[in-house]
Design a protein around this ligand. Structure first.
Ligand SMILES: *Cc1c(COP(=O)(O)O)cnc(C)c1O
Length: 387
């Protein structure tokens, strides 16, 4: 039975073109980019070229790109690095209740270190309100961190407006987690207006364990990894040459094919959304109906546990995701769905289907064929009230 992969917001298959670009640096071109001989210098050149390409994609200078180990490191680096280096200016940080755990846990850690954190709520569609951000900004606010697009509900936040409000009211830096949006929708840093932006290669058909943090020049940021002088003394550690080359290649492909991919992805996504809402009573779309990622469909099913649905889908070879997580044996609803204002029981019935460029109409047909009966069967046996 062929697998139907519908979890591209969790990770994506490596593009064969990306693997091809990486191969030399996993084999014969194994040099350390800090070495003076030819082998090392060729690795250095590969990194330099990758940095130029990533910088051009985001509309920034090459020196404003710091390669990292991925989205988690980028988010930690931004929050910790800004807070540590700018505590002399203030100790107040603003973020939202729907951020990725990499941001939320970093904000918790800042609180333990004596910083004050304001977590802005969202409306039923998952949008942060610029006016509410305006009211939360203070003279001692040093950082605002709001994600560009949410991984669980697909909502795209009004970053430009949020940045504008921030600039009007304060001198705080603005960071955005663009892990989900990069390669899917425009993410030019100059257009978004942000000071820092984090991304990860494996969410756009690149390799796992590599990403970058874009940091506009002039931003005061404390390094988190100390050692050699790599990445202009901002992030020590021998460079992941193959990973960095793969990241740049993945970005190049995403940029080249964006119009084509967007048309394909939104077509599949909209068939999924319409089909599910049409065929399954008591199903609701989560996230914004218009301002959402082109590949992202997410739902709540009344009277069903999302986790049970995942197991049923898996038995039919369909890979999907639910926002809930099983921590210490008890099912915990997603903090994102709860933030939308749904009660706990409803929030447990979440399902995320995220399509990719490799998916076909037949994949969507299969889901639309199987899902209604699965939901009906689970409703008949589930302990959650269908009320
Ligand atoms: C996947 C993801 C991350 C974490 O990125 P990794 O490279 O897997 O560490 C951070 N933020 C968002 C929104 C994500 O979807």
């Amino acid at each position: 039975m062929p697998m139907v992969y519908l979890d591209h917001s969790a990770t994506t298959p490596l593009d064969p073109e990306v693997l091809q670009a990486m191969m030399p640096y996993l084999t014969e071109e194994f040099g350390n980019a800090s070495s003076v001989y030819g082998l090392g210098q060729r690795a250095r050149q590969a990194i330099d070229q990758a940095r130029d390409e990533v910088a051009a994609f985001y509309g920034v200078a090459a020196k404003e790109v710091i390669f990292t180990s991925g989205g988690t490191e980028g988010d930690n680096f931004a929050l910790q690095g800004i807070a540590q280096r700018n505590a002399d200016r203030g100790r107040h940080v603003i973020t939202s209740t729907i951020e990725h755990d990499a941001v939320l846990r970093s904000a918790d850690a800042l609180e333990r270190d004596g910083f004050e954190v304001t977590r802005l709520g969202v409306d039923r569609d998952g949008l942060v309100d610029p006016a509410e951000l305006g009211r939360a900004l203070r003279p001692d606010t040093i950082l605002v961190s709001i994600m560009h697009a949410n991984n669980e509900i697909g909502t795209v936040e009004p970053i430009r407006e949020l940045v504008t409000v921030t600039r009007e009211r304060s001198s705080a830096y603005f960071h955005s987690d663009a892990v989900q949006s990069t390669g899917k929708i425009p993410t030019t840093v100059t257009e978004l207006g942000v000071d820092l932006l984090s991304m990860s290669a494996h969410k756009l058909h690149g390799p796992k364990g590599v990403g970058c943090l874009v940091v506009r020049s002039g931003v005061r940021l404390a390094p988190q990894l100390l050692g050699g002088g790599h990445e202009r003394n901002r992030r020590a550690g021998t460079e992941n040459v193959a990973g960095i080359v793969g990241l740049a290649k993945a970005i190049g492909i995403a940029q080249r094919d964006m119009a084509k991919n967007t048309a394909h992805l939104t077509g599949l996504r909209d068939r999924l959304i319409e089909g599910v809402l049409d065929r399954i009573p008591g199903a609701a779309l989560t996230g914004h109906s218009v301002n959402r990622l082109p590949h992202h469909a997410s739902f709540l099913f009344q009277g069903v546990e999302g986790e049970s649905l995942l197991l049923q889908l898996d038995m039919d070879g369909i890979a999907a995701s639910s926002g809930s997580a099983c921590t210490s044996g008890s099912l915990e609803p997603s903090h994102v769905i709860l933030a939308l204002g749904y009660p706990r029981e409803r929030a447990l019935g979440s399902l995320r289907l995220s399509v990719g460029k490799g998916n076909t109409d037949a994949d969507i047909d299969l889901v639309l064929d199987r899902l209604p009966e699965m939901v009906a069967r689970l409703r008949a046996m589930t302990p959650i009230s269908a009320a």
